[in-house]
Design a protein around this ligand. Structure first.
Ligand code: EPZ
Length: 421
């Protein structure tokens, strides 16, 4: 398993291109199941999670073709497709559960393995199931698989989500595009990835209003056509690279970043004393020699502070000039990066869903272990500002969500290299 070695203390300077959004692309790809015509995605990120979704769709009989540089993905599926998403594929990537709604809408049945828990929490699917049952599906759990049928097709209905779940919103939104009649989703997730998915579905002929708000209305259609769609910029990659100069000083322009995708993050960084400004080509972030100011952060659904940037913000607050409090409200176990940061000299007290971080002047490089996607990158960020060398092990987590992280950080002057083990 590869490791990444970071030698800290280098101020960054330059530009980092922001890729297409992993969490949008992972929802857009299963949408191909809603039509027999080609769906083409541009600006797709080159990530192992995207490859995994491609494998899953191929296992269902979808033709998936990626361009040489991986940025254009062309998919098509005419004729019947398999409706079984195997445990072995789904357990590796929870987002595989996003084929459930489209398969039900297209074939009237689907057998999708429950993804099982992951490092950050149990991550059940009860909200997905309740939403699809509201559209007339019958879903039962047998031997770890959700067996879903809709023998007379799906019917539009009022769907109230118990939690504003991103994945459940995506599953029921896709299913509703081919249901008979009107569906109204209440308490829908408002993330930009939902808006991106809705825009693609509308380009395919769906009739959707309200995406991006907590009430989405869908007029079911008898069929959808193909489309070409450009994936939005990845707001989590963007927020991650905004934290890099904040942690080790310098100035980085994140190309293709749009401020409206990270407004809350930009406001919190400014509160911590980091300069954040929009340029014609993206977002420039800079920090001089002054210390980071301590701040309190609470993760919330969009447009609040994203849970996927909580670990990265913790790495920054480890070197703040005082005490900060980080509250994680979305997942029940998303502080696994804390013990690893403490190996680097951080002073963090975790009690339930709240971490109190007492800043130190500087962290010290150490061998650390990546435990999940966002925790991994927070350790890399911590290493950028730490003394000496930090070795981050098990970086396969990182490759799921960050394109060539060592190239992107190396291009702005970071001393970072990947060791093939
Ligand atoms: C999406 O996961 C993202 N993944 C996650 O990003 C992100 O952290 C999360 O949304 C929250 O923003 C993708 O888009 C592929 P949820 P998702 O359903 O849809 C509970 C990353 O690092 N819940 O909004 O799975 C759940 O356990 C990943 O890129 C239920 O209880 O998240 C969690 O506590 C990590 N029952 C909360 O809701 C359900 O049926 C939010 O989950 C569904 C969810």
């Amino acid at each position: 398993m590869d490791s990444i070695v970071v030698t800290g203390g280098v101020r960054l300077k330059g530009q980092i291109p922001i890729a297409g959004a992993k969490n949008s692309c992972l929802a857009l790809m299963p949408a191909t199941l809603l039509t027999e015509e080609p769906l083409v995605l541009m600006n797709a990120p080159r990530l192992s999670d995207i490859d995994a979704m491609g494998l899953l769709l191929r296992s269902l009989g979808v033709h998936v073709q990626a361009s040489e540089d991986g940025k254009v993905i062309t998919m098509s599926s005419n004729g019947p497709v398999s409706t079984m998403a195997e445990y072995d594929i789904v357990r590796k990537m929870r987002a595989s559960n996003l084929v459930l709604g489209p398969l039900l809408a297209r074939e009237g049945r689907a057998t999708v393995s429950l993804p099982g828990g992951c490092a950050i929490g149990a991550r059940p699917m009860d909200v997905h199931v309740a939403a699809l049952e509201a559209l007339g599906a019958r879903i039962e759990l047998k031997e770890g698989y959700l067996h879903a049928t809709a023998p007379t097709g799906l019917k539009g209905a009022k769907v109230m989500l118990r939690i504003a779940s991103v994945g459940a919103t995506e599953n029921v939104l896709m299913a509703a595009t081919l249901a008979k009649g009107t569906t109204v989703i209440e308490n829908a997730a408002c993330e930009p990835e939902i808006v991106d998915l809705a825009e693609c579905l509308v380009a395919m002929g769906a009739r959707i209003a309200g995406a991006g708000t907590s009430t989405i209305t869908i007029e079911g259609a008898s069929r959808l056509g193909g489309a070409s769609h450009t994936v939005i910029a990845d707001r989590i990659e963007l927020g991650t690279y905004m934290m890099a100069p904040a942690i080790c000083g310098g100035e980085v322009e994140c190309l293709g970043g749009r401020i409206e995708l990270v407004r809350t993050v930009a406001e919190r960084l400014a509160e911590a004393g980091v300069s954040v400004e929009e340029t014609g080509r993206g977002i420039r972030v800079a920090r001089g020699n002054d210390r980071i100011r301590p701040i309190n952060v609470r993760t919330e659904p969009y447009p609040g502070f994203p849970t996927d940037l909580q670990a990265q913000m913790m790495a920054l607050l480890c070197i703040a000039d005082g005490e900060s409090r980080l509250e994680e409200t979305i997942f029940e176990n998303r502080f696994m990066h804390a013990p690893e940061l403490m190996r680097m000299g951080a002073d963090i007290d975790v009690r339930g869903g709240t971490a109190t971080v007492t800043g130190v002047k500087r962290l010290k490089g150490a061998p650390v272990m990546a435990t999940d996607l966002r925790a991994s990158v927070s350790l890399i960020l911590a290493g950028l500002g730490a003394e000496d060398e930090t070795v981050v092990n098990r970086v396969y987590h990182l490759d799921r969500g960050y394109e060539h992280v060592e190239e992107k950080l190396g291009s702005v002057g970071a001393k970072i290299e990947r060791i093939q083990n």
